[in-house]
Design a protein around this ligand. Structure first.
Ligand code: ADP
Ligand code: XUL
Length: 521
């Protein structure tokens, strides 16, 4: 009975999912929420609040404590010695900075101490910038100028220089703290950092997550000399190898065998980013399916038959862990924006959902651009939403209308921003924490004029990781695994209920709100 483990190290939580590929069943699913389960780190949504100048960081030791709590929980639900293959995924772009002690510590982990205790002295930077960080505007401009313009950076790396991407973040660290930078011997992504610990070796970065750095050349999937040079001196020495998603790095580290009862022969497959992993876990790793993920960020992505980059420069090309590439558009103002409007009126999710039945599509012209923090799709510096509509709506007196406007604004904006992929899906596959909400799913169906389908397994990131491990270690075809595990949730299809032009006016208002703001900037 070969069990396969997938780990999902996301923004707000760390989760694990075990599949049994013989019976096609999910054996166990557990999760640790950073805010609730590790309150000592004071990161209610998984990151340190009140960062200055657009900085959003998290404590990497929190991720390690969460991993240990997670494995402890998991070992109580299932015999971990039955697991033969492991992989995982991390929130993309976040980076961990390590001094030269790292290389010794990672392959001699001592099971009588915690990971956090052993890794704390290896950090050359105490905190890790994550994907929500928007502090690197200047560095993006410097990298762009040095490489020869946006188009050149985009041709090479699949994206123009982007604030949250790892390269610009590394450059800012190099400029603001040159001593700590010169003390850095290795820079890992969240995914490759955790993979290194699980396998007890300094693990490679995969092409899926690596493409989110502005350092990897997507034509040949190698580090790009010109991008490295534009970012920081001698950077090549600090970066791990790059490898494709089907690489197995070796057996699990003894630390986890001794502490949690894993089998010494369990093989670890290289980790990837949460979105590439979700592509696999939604059964969408072959071109033809479009996925919208509603996690902390909202993302829109699809496997592509050929490399397609965004001419506006807001979208991205990443490696597809199943081979080839995927295109993706990411929205910062996802779940936390929906929560912000919900909490403003003291609503819970049931009241939030009920607001859609007291209001109607198009919201009588009450429109919101729901950006509570700087957005990247499109790029705009806002700290509060822009509103258009009746006086009462504009002064936040209408709770239900505000909730509908937030969600309609998010998805009308998503449709406008993802047009460059030239996909007209008949079905949209919806995943992530907010996908369970039928009212949100209905707005997605109406705005995109497509059926919306959810899958029976909700943790598509962890599932994708477990499927990749089963594919790489046991040679089970991803399509067969998809047939086993990526089945639709029964009776969950949401059909569009509105006519095709219902949201034309909303789209025009969103465009006008954006241009008025750009005119002010
Ligand atoms: P991540 O993987 O980025 O950590 P998740 O995919 O776990 O995030 O999604 C977490 C989010 O799901 C929460 O921030 C919350 O806003 C949202 N969520 C949870 N339940 C609901 C619901 N019933 N309706 C809408 N959103 C929800
Ligand atoms: C994708 C992105 C986010 C993070 C966190 O480019 O920044 O989706 O991966 O989920």
């Amino acid at each position: 009975m070969p069990y396969t483990l997938g780990i999902d190290a996301s923004t707000q939580s760390c989760s694990a999912l075990i599949i049994d590929t013989d019976s096609g069943t999910i054996v166990s699913e557990v999760s640790v929420n950073f805010g609730k389960d590790l309150p000592q780190y004071q990161a209610p949504s998984g990151f340190i609040t009140n960062g200055e100048n657009g900085e959003v960081h998290a404590d990497p030791l929190m991720w390690l404590d969460a991993l240990e709590q997670l494995l402890d929980l998991l070992s109580k639900t299932c015999d971990l010695s039955k697991i033969t293959a492991i992989s995982g995924a991390g929130q993309q772009h976040g980076s961990v900075y390590l001094n030269d002690r790292w290389f010794d510590v990672v392959d001699t982990l001592d099971s009588t101490a915690t990971l956090a205790e052993q890794l704390a002295p290896c950090l050359s930077r105490k905190t890790s910038p994550i994907w929500m960080d928007s502090s690197t505007n200047v560095e993006c401009a410097e990298i762009t100028a040095s490489v020869g313009g946006d188009q050149r950076v985009c041709e090479k790396s699949g994206s123009i220089a982007v604030e949250r991407f790892t390269g610009p973040q590394i450059r800012r660290f190099y400029k603001t703290d040159p001593d700590a930078f010169s003390n850095t011997a290795r820079i890992h992504l969240v995914s490759s950092f955790l993979c290194s610990l699980l396998s007890g070796i300094d693990a490679p970065i995969d092409t899926g997550d690596g493409a989110g750095m502005n350092l990897l050349n997507i034509q040949n999937w190698h580090w790009d000399d010109q991008l490295l040079e534009a970012t920081a001196p001698n950077l090549l020495n600090s970066l791990p190898e790059v490898a494709t998603g089907n690489t197995t790095v070796g057996p699990i580290a003894q630390y986890f065998v001794q502490k949690y009862g894993f089998n010494s022969n369990a093989q670890v497959t290289i980790f990837t980013g949460d979105n590439p992993s979700s592509l696999v876990g939604m059964g969408a790793s072959q071109p033809g399916k479009v996925v919208i993920s509603l996690g902390t960020s909202d993302t829109f992505f699809a496997a592509m038959p050929e490399v397609v980059a965004d001419p506006q420069g807001c979208g991205h090309v990443f490696g597809n862990p199943a081979g080839g590439s995927m295109s993706l558009q990411c929205f910062v103002n996802g779940s936390l924006a929906r929560e912000n409007v919900k909490d403003r009126f003291g609503y819970d999710w049931d009241a939030f959902t009920a607001a859609f039945s007291t209001t109607s599509p198009n919201n009588h012209g009450n429109v919101m651009l729901p950006f509570f923090s700087p957005e990247i799709s499109p790029r705009i510096q806002l700290e509060a939403p822009l509103l258009s509509g009746s006086n009462d709506f504009m002064t936040w007196k209408l709770a239900d209308e505000s909730i509908r406007a937030c969600v309609e604004g998010q998805f009308v904006n998503m449709k406008l921003r993802s047009n460059w992929m030239q996909l007209q899906p008949e079905v949209i596959y919806l995943t992530g924490g907010a996908s369970q909400n039928d009212a949100i799913a209905q707005v997605v169906a109406d705005v995109f004029q497509a059926k919306v389908q959810r899958l029976a397994v909700t943790g598509s990131v962890g599932l994708g990781a477990a499927m990749r491990a089963a594919n790489t270690v046991h040679g089970i075809d991803l399509l067969d695994l998809g047939d086993q595990f990526c089945q639709p949730l029964a009776d969950s299809i949401v059909e569009p209920k509105t006519s095709a032009n219902t949201y034309d006016q909303t789209a025009q208002t969103i465009t006008a709100l954006l241009s008025s703001q750009n005119a002010h900037n």
